[in-house]
Write a protein that binds this ligand. Structure first.
Ligand code: NAD
Length: 478
């Protein structure tokens, strides 16, 4: 059902907010199932206008002293903090994160703005005098030109903030293509940058899906593409854009393993596992989606884990008065896909230790809810073990020793994050050394890096050379 107050979803090109009159894709409030906006599905025409605006703005922005560009970001940081509650409410409304989760995601985004504020120091080059007789050598970090950011639905503010603040701080101009499922929060981010004094054309926004993205990848004036989303699309972006001569960093999907050793602290590992699996309704690339219980660990943790899952209160996130522990999934179609994966596990011989499929939220019967679910006795060949679920579902696998657990984790086609819970230094060291994942946690459920470190990933979790965030991102954007 369409909401009585549809939120406008304009493009932002060359400093103008544009309502293009294009066919739209529905943006839901997943808490109620209502359509709250229509995201215009742009194509080559809109992309060309945005890239040309960014290209026209580049020479003046490139020549703006780095300290002045940083000052814009200091003002921006202040405005994002001032409008913190509005941003949180927008994320919780269009995405379904709880307000606590929305706040956390904006803090992570603010840290990226703070890192970008330090760009004058990040841009120092190296010099070596007399590299040959009477010859000196220096490296200079120069911006590339027009950079593009294509972002997923699951972090409507944080992922765009991984990209454009640093790109523009380095002297580039930018075209952002937010997820068509959650385009509204990014428009607030852009409005605040405009208020901070953004010159026309330095940041532009286009909306759309594959047609829009393919036009961005093909545009001759685009120099670099940052992408975050699912692995098949990440691979398509990487293959297409590199073929077209662009620099690319493309983060993909994940399947993150959390190994629990028999000596692990039970309450601590149960709490961390429940948060890692069910936080953000499991819709995050760093979700701890598979617990590997080693030896007697399964008997020690499973009863408490099931209790923890049963106690997760599911409800609507769009009203500040009644915040649940967990919100809805992004769309009805996505919920059906997640349920289908749970059913496939059942058919293939797994057992359902906690079933969230019957959950209901009486005051919002059309919301896209699914309760916390634990699928036990999962084995490697099952579909639910191989595919990214991206919902509040924790698989439990049982292994005899740490070696088996590491080998199973390493056979995954993804490699984003992996964690171990143990009190043994040698086991922790062995895991850290041998597990094949970009980010590794020891007694930490979600080992995601912060702004000063690269957000890394192996295999199908990352396509490219220089990662998002930190010094590698400065190298990417220069
Ligand atoms: P998605 O791949 O469906 O969409 C991501 C972006 O690509 C969107 O802007 C979308 O419009 C565009 N897109 C979708 N299909 C396309 C196509 N065929 N061609 C060109 N562009 C296309 O991802 P999503 O469902 O929005 O987000 C969830 C995924 O993102 C999960 O797989 C999750 O693991 C991943 N993710 C990864 C990270 C990370 O850092 N590794 C972080 C967050 C999310």
């Amino acid at each position: 059902m369409k909401s009585a107050n549809m939120t406008p979803c304009p493009l932002f090109i060359g400093g103008e907010w544009i309502r293009p009159g294009l066919a739209g894709s529905p943006v839901y409030n997943p808490s109620t199932g209502d359509v709250i906006a229509e995201c215009p599905m742009g194509g080559a025409r809109e992309v060309d206008a945005a890239v040309e605006a960014a290209a026209a703005a580049f020479p003046a922005w490139r020549d703006t002293p780095a300290i002045e560009r940083a000052r814009l970001l200091f003002r921006y940081r202040h405005l994002v903090e001032e409008e913190f509650d509005r941003l949180c409410a927008s994320i919780s409304r269009e995405h379904g994160k709880t307000l606590v989760e929305s706040r956390g995601s904006i803090y992570r985004g603010i840290e990226n703005i703070e890192y970008a504020c330090g760009t004058p120091s990040h841009l120092f080059g190296d010099t070596l005098e007399n590299i040959a007789r009477n010859v000196d050598c220096e490296t200079v970090l120069q911006p590339l030109g027009v950079c593009v950011g294509i972002t997923p639905f699951n972090f409507p503010a944080m992922v765009p903030l991984w990209m454009f603040p640093l790109a523009i701080a380095c002297g580039n101009t930018f075209v952002l293509k937010p997820s068509e499922k959650v385009p509204l929060t990014s428009l607030i981010l852009v409005e605040l940058l405009e208020r901070a004094g953004l010159p026309r054309g330095v940041l532009n926004v286009v909306h759309g899906g594959r047609e829009c993205v393919d036009a961005l990848l093909a545009h001759p004036k685009v120099r670099a593409v940052s992408f975050v989303g699912s692995s098949p699309v990440a691979k398509h972006i990487y293959d297409t854009a590199t073929r077209n001569g662009k620099r690319v960093q493309a983060n993909g999907g994940a399947k993150n393993y959390v190994v629990v050793m028999p000596d692990a602290d039970v309450p601590r590992s149960v709490e961390a596992l429940a948060t890692a699996a069910f936080g953000c309704a499991g819709e995050r690339c760093m979700a701890g989606s598979t617990a590997i219980a080693v030896g007697k660990a399964a008997d020690r943790i499973l009863p408490q884990l099931v209790d923890a899952a049963r106690s997760v209160k599911v409800g609507r996130t769009d009203t500040p008065m009644s915040q649940p522990d967990m919100g809805p999934l992004i769309t009805g179609a996505h919920r059906e896909r997640v349920i289908g994966l749970v059913e496939s596990g059942e058919k293939e011989g797994a057992t359902i230790a906690c079933d969230g499929r019957g959950v209901s939220v009486p005051e919002a019967p059309n919301g896209f809810y699914l309760g916390a679910t634990i699928v036990d006795k999962v084995s490697e060949g099952m579909r639910i073990a191989r595919e990214e679920v991206f919902g509040p579902v924790l698989n439990v696998m049982r292994m005899e020793d740490l070696g088996q657990a590491i080998e199973a984790a390493n056979r995954s086609s993804y490699g984003n994050g992996a964690s171990i819970f143990t009190n043994s230094g040698p086991a922790a060291r062995e895991f850290k050394h041998r597990v094949k994942a970009g980010m590794v946690g020891i007694n930490v459920g979600v080992p995601a890096t912060m702004a000063m470190f690269p957000f890394t990933g192996w295999d199908a979790s990352f396509y490219g050379d220089l990662h998002i965030q930190g010094r590698e991102a400065v190298q990417f954007y220069t």
